[in-house]
Design a protein around this ligand. Structure first.
Ligand code: 9UX
Length: 72
């Protein structure tokens, strides 16, 4: 079953930033869908909990050069 999480992302200032984070999340194994909204500083991610986890998704945000905080 696919789960959903939301992550606050600090440090994005332009569309290239949000596209970069979105691409990084979409490339993460176990992520089915990732949408990053620059205006709200939020990502919504659908993921397979057998393959990845919210902590790993937050880590991928951090690795892309921004700062992720799990919301829900
Ligand atoms: Mo935009 Mo983001 O010029 O790190 S790509 S500020």
């Amino acid at each position: 079953s696919i789960l959903r999480c939301r992550i606050r992302i600090r440090g994005m200032t332009c569309t290239s930033c949000s596209t970069a984070v979105e691409s990084a999340l979409q490339a993460l194994p176990g992520v089915q869908e990732a949408l990053v909204a620059l205006a709200t500083e939020e990502a919504e991610v659908r993921y397979d909990p057998k393959i990845t986890s919210p902590n790993q998704i937050v880590q991928a945000v951090d690795d892309s050069g921004f700062a992720g905080i799990l919301i829900s």
